[in-house]
Design a protein around this ligand. Structure first.
Ligand SMILES: Cc1cc2nc3c(=O)[nH]c(=O)nc-3n(C[C@H](O)[C@H](O)[C@H](O)COP(=O)(O)OP(=O)(O)OC[C@H]3O[C@@H](n4cnc5c(N)ncnc54)[C@H](O)[C@@H]3O)c2cc1C
Length: 441
């Protein structure tokens, strides 16, 4: 039987998380037909964890016209980072993030995952018809001309390609790996840390614009503080475990009780912050790590947490995912420009180029993330020694140089004309049509 296929190229995006919704904007700008399928009944569900957006990601949002809108949601344009010991003493304070903002023309911005999703969703053209909520993907059939997706409620959706941006426990990845019969990944998705996150009304002891990190006895806390509210994430190691684990409100409150006496800011204990925490925003979660060896098979491709996942300690999950999504959109745009109805071979070639371009950076960030979380939770004596006695002496210039290299490699949608801001450090990638504009004008 010949499968029915859409008459023109159509992408099916699975997952309306931040990476899936950014990809929707990118495909829309490329004039590529698409639909987004989201398992939950609504896209705008909750505020979620606080996320840090790096300048290269803000530039991508600026390119699609969302930066100025995002700015009003930032809880902070970070200036300082403060490192604290377990007893709440500040041992290192640097203007790291003001320097980065000056050099790269965008701040290190903090906002919630929910605000980022709302920004991307609310501003997506034709969102009512393009994004289908209550559409959980159960199965996928790939044929010579396209893909057929089976949803939990019995409906089906047809397209030319399937893009799985359905998170760390990606159904698309499972299906793709079965179809491709791939060997187990070198770094399968595994929960290695657990913790709490939430949003609080800012309290005495915290300085707005500062990012606080404190460590001690195997626990790390990271706190973004704005003028009137802040976000926290606290992590500690657990025995590695596979599979999704859900915690109840009682589990969350028990953990909060256990953490009550740890120092999270100068003179601030966890319990002080917890009292001011908006409990609806707080959750206990496992945090996974993992890396997928092959990101595509035939007409199916993965992006975001579905392929690369580190704990929140480096604050790079969304940033890496959105930058990868830009590359995927570029490769699709280029392929469709030369061949409006590409065969499976041409599509696989585009996916292969996408992985090739991003593999190096994404795998390095995954490795850095693994090292970082183990270092700051003092997995070994050497980690403790380095973190406690060497790290405080590493100069801010050195850190600016390391993070600056990552920022300047930021991706851009090559087919969307964009007037870049003036920067001290030039970007590696620019769209073809570009005019420099003055940030003050
Ligand atoms: C405490 C904490 C702090 C963090 N801080 C940062 C930070 O500072 N900076 C940063 O960059 N990142 C941070 N992250 C990581 C960041 O939240 C993730 O990297 C990001 O959400 C991944 O986006 P995504 O779109 O790939 O996947 P997700 O956000 O997981 O979205 C996947 C979507 O797919 C949907 N879905 C899943 N299965 C199906 C299915 N079968 N059918 C249809 N839909 C489906 C889900 O419902 C969901 O909406 C943090 C995470 C945590 C927990």
């Amino acid at each position: 039987m010949v499968e029915s296929t859409p008459t023109k190229f159509r992408a099916i995006i699975v997952g309306a998380g931040p990476v899936g919704l950014y990809l929707a904007h990118a495909l829309c700008r490329a004039n590529i037909d698409y639909v987004v399928l989201e398992q939950h009944d609504t896209v705008l569900r909750y505020q979620g964890a606080g996320v840090l957006l790096y300048p290269q990601t803000l530039r991508l949002l600026d390119q699609i016209g969302l930066y100025e809108k995002a700015e009003k949601d930032f809880i902070i344009n970070h200036t300082h980072t403060d490192l604290l010991t377990g007893n709440g003493r500040v041992i290192k304070s640097t203007p790291l993030w003001s320097i980065l903002a000056e050099r790269h023309a965008y701040p290190m911005a903090g906002l919630s995952r929910g605000q980022l999703i709302a920004l991307l969703y609310e501003n997506l053209p034709e969102k009512e018809t393009r994004v289908k909520a209550g559409a959980a993907v159960l199965d996928v059939k790939v044929h010579e001309k396209g893909v057929k997706v089976h949803l939990k409620d019995g409906r089906t959706e047809e397209g030319s390609i399937l893009i799985g941006v359905d998170g760390v426990y990606s159904k698309t990845r499972q299906i793709m790996q079965q179809l491709a019969q791939t060997p187990p990944d070198t770094w399968p998705m595994t929960a290695t840390y657990q913790g709490l996150y939430g949003c609080f009304h800012s309290c005495h002891g915290f300085e707005p614009g500062t990012f606080y990190q404190s460590r001690g006895s195997g626990i790390v806390s990271q706190i973004m503080v704005g003028a009137d509210r802040g976000h926290f994430a606290i992590l500690r190691p657990i025995p590695p475990t596979a599979g999704l684990k859900r915690y109840t409100t009682e589990d969350r409150d028990r953990l909060a009780e256990e953490l009550s006496n740890i120092s999270v800011g100068p003179g601030v204990r966890f319990q002080d912050m917890w009292e001011l925490t908006v409990k609806e925003t707080a959750a206990m979660v496992n945090q996974e790590e993992g890396y997928c060896d092959k990101w595509y098979h035939e007409r199916v491709v993965l992006a975001g947490d579905a392929v690369h996942k580190a704990t929140s300690v480096t604050g790079l999950g969304v940033n890496t995912g959105i930058n990868s999504a830009a590359v995927l959109a570029n490769e699709l745009y280029r392929t469709l420009k030369s061949e409006p109805d590409p065969g499976t071979g041409a599509i696989e070639d585009a996916f292969a180029r996408y992985q090739q371009i991003r593999d190096n950076e994404a795998s390095r960030l995954h490795a850095v993330g693994r090292k970082q979380i183990r270092g700051v939770t003092w997995e070994t004596w050497a980690d403790w020694f380095f973190d406690r006695f060497v790290n405080p002496w590493i100069g801010v210039d050195r850190v600016v140089e390391i993070i600056g290299k990552l920022i300047k490699r930021g991706q851009i949608l090559e087919y969307v004309p964009f007037k870049d801001r003036k920067v001290q450090v030039p970007w590696n990638h620019s769209p073809t049509a570009q005019v420099i504009r003055d940030p003050l004008s």
